[in-house]
Design a protein around this ligand. Structure first.
Ligand SMILES: C[S@@+](CC[C@H](N)C(=O)[O-])C[C@H]1O[C@@H](n2cnc3c(N)ncnc32)[C@H](O)[C@@H]1O
Length: 215
């Protein structure tokens, strides 16, 4: 497990919702959790859902989910998996300790797959981390959607607080997003999906991709 996942211990996960979802999302990335990210999650989540890079399980715990939601949690870090699984125990999620870069065994197809704040953690460059799109598109139902949010790189024009966090996190390998741009992700998503919707809020790119290109 590399630094992008190893940083999430029971201790840091206990601070995660306050530090990342309240303080950093408001003041550094300027993309509020409750008014932007949570509604975006609710708009796209469907009944049979795979969440990758689960953290504390905040979005699944707070979102209004479709009736009979069938949830799978996937993360390379057992501390994250455990924290999220406990938080949404009422949903009886299935757990996969699995690296996002490794194709899933079998031909399980999900109605929706979420990647919230995973891509900016993965090592760059954008084209390299976007290998996950090439594998995950095979695990989407034909009318399924892959969606998520990721903090953009240095060119996004971060404020002073954001620049400081970007420098520290990228130096420590917690983030690998210095060179990530909206255009870079647009081009990578277009390679794998016929329909791609992008929006930038603050310094965060929100994306939803459907109709996988399967050759
Ligand atoms: C920043 S947290 C995101 C948490 C949550 N999705 C959110 O938006 O609040 C990143 C999560 O991705 C996981 N992660 C990092 N690298 C991963 C990889 N290669 N495969 C699967 N999970 C990974 C970490 O363990 C952590 O739980």
């Amino acid at each position: 497990m590399d630094s992008s996942a190893a940083i999430y211990s029971p201790f840091t996960l206990a601070l995660y919702d306050t530090w990342v979802l309240k303080v950093s999302n408001n003041w550094a990335w300027q993309c509020p959790t409750r008014s932007v990210l949570l509604p975006f999650f609710e708009r796209h989540v469907r009944r049979c859902h795979l969440d990758i890079g689960v953290g504390t399980g905040y979005y699944l715990a707070k979102a209004r989910l479709p009736e009979g939601a069938d949830i799978t949690l996937m993360d390379v870090n057992p501390a994250s998996l455990g924290a999220a699984a406990r938080r949404i125990a009422h949903l009886s999620p299935q757990l996969l300790k699995h690296d996002a870069f490794t194709p899933l065994d079998g031909d399980q197809a999900y109605d929706s797959i979420s990647l919230f704040y995973l891509l900016h953690c993965l090592p760059g460059p954008t084209a390299e981390k976007s290998r996950v799109f090439a594998t995950l598109k095979h695990n989407l139902a034909p009318d399924g959607v892959l969606f998520g949010a990721t903090i953009l790189g240095d060119a996004a024009g971060h404020n002073g607080f954001g620049k400081k966090l970007m420098a520290i996190y990228n130096r420590k390998g917690v983030f690998g997003n210095s060179d990530d741009t909206e255009e870079g992700f647009a081009s990578e998503l277009d390679k794998h999906f016929e329909k791609v919707e992008l929006q930038v809020n603050g310094r965060v790119l929100l994306f939803a991709a459907s109709r996988p290109r399967i050759s």
